[in-house]
Design a protein around this ligand. Structure first.
Ligand code: SF4
Length: 206
């Protein structure tokens, strides 16, 4: 996606997709800079950049790893099967995806859905930090071990998922990636339980 075509809604897109493309300042400037970013190798592989979507005033921010094929096609995060599962989990605690802010550690799709490399994560980190500063969420849920490693580099997700730590004034909760729950049915209940913890924490911090 380039600055010129950034923000275009695919022809024939359903209404809910139009909702997801709705963006406000200051995200507009940021998303344009991401669309033009050549800072790491992933720029060569993308169809569209996938900056993020959702509310700029949400108390909850969800951070995944990187865009997949569907996300790369549409320029939106979590719109494939993982996204459907994520929406279901959000709905179970009374939230829609427009109520939260969703992004990934890297904004361009790694080829063959490989894990992003550390230099790619580092190159993209300024964008992520800018998003966190704009949204200023009370709570961040990391989805998967890649985003978890930003705050918990030496931990195992199996040991600390669902635990909340206060870091730099925010509550950070590591969670399994929705794709892991889709691959491994036994993790679905775990993810559901962790979402219930999010609901409880958000109620307590109202
Ligand atoms: S992944 Fe991030 S740093 Fe790399 S090209 Fe895309 S926007 Fe730039």
């Amino acid at each position: 996606m380039t600055t010129e075509d950034w923000g275009q809604i695919p022809i024939g897109a359903p209404d809910d997709l139009h909702q997801l493309y709705k963006i406000e300042q200051p995200f507009i400037d940021l998303y344009k800079r991401i669309a033009d970013c050549p800072a790491c190798e992933l720029a060569r592989f993308r169809s569209k950049t996938v900056p993020g979507s959702g509310s700029k005033t949400s108390k909850l921010m969800l951070i995944g790893e990187g865009p997949g094929q569907k996300e790369d096609e549409l320029g939106l995060p979590f719109v494939g099967r993982s996204g459907q599962f994520l929406e279901k989990m959000l709905l179970s605690i009374g939230l829609s995806r427009q109520d939260v802010y969703i992004t990934n550690v890297v904004k361009c799709r790694p080829p063959d859905n490989r894990d992003p490399h550390s230099q790619e994560i580092n190159a993209c980190d300024n964008f992520l930090q800018e998003q966190i500063a704009i949204v200023n969420p009370t709570m961040i849920a990391t989805l998967g071990r890649i985003s978890m490693s930003i705050w918990f580099p030496n931990e195992k997700i199996s040991q600390i998922h669902g635990e909340v730590k206060r870091i730099d004034g925010r509550l950070i909760m590591p969670m399994y990636h929705p794709a892991a729950a889709l691959r491994n049915g036994s993790l679905r209940k775990t993810v559901q339980e962790d979402f219930l913890k999010i609901e409880k924490i958000l109620m307590e911090t109202k």
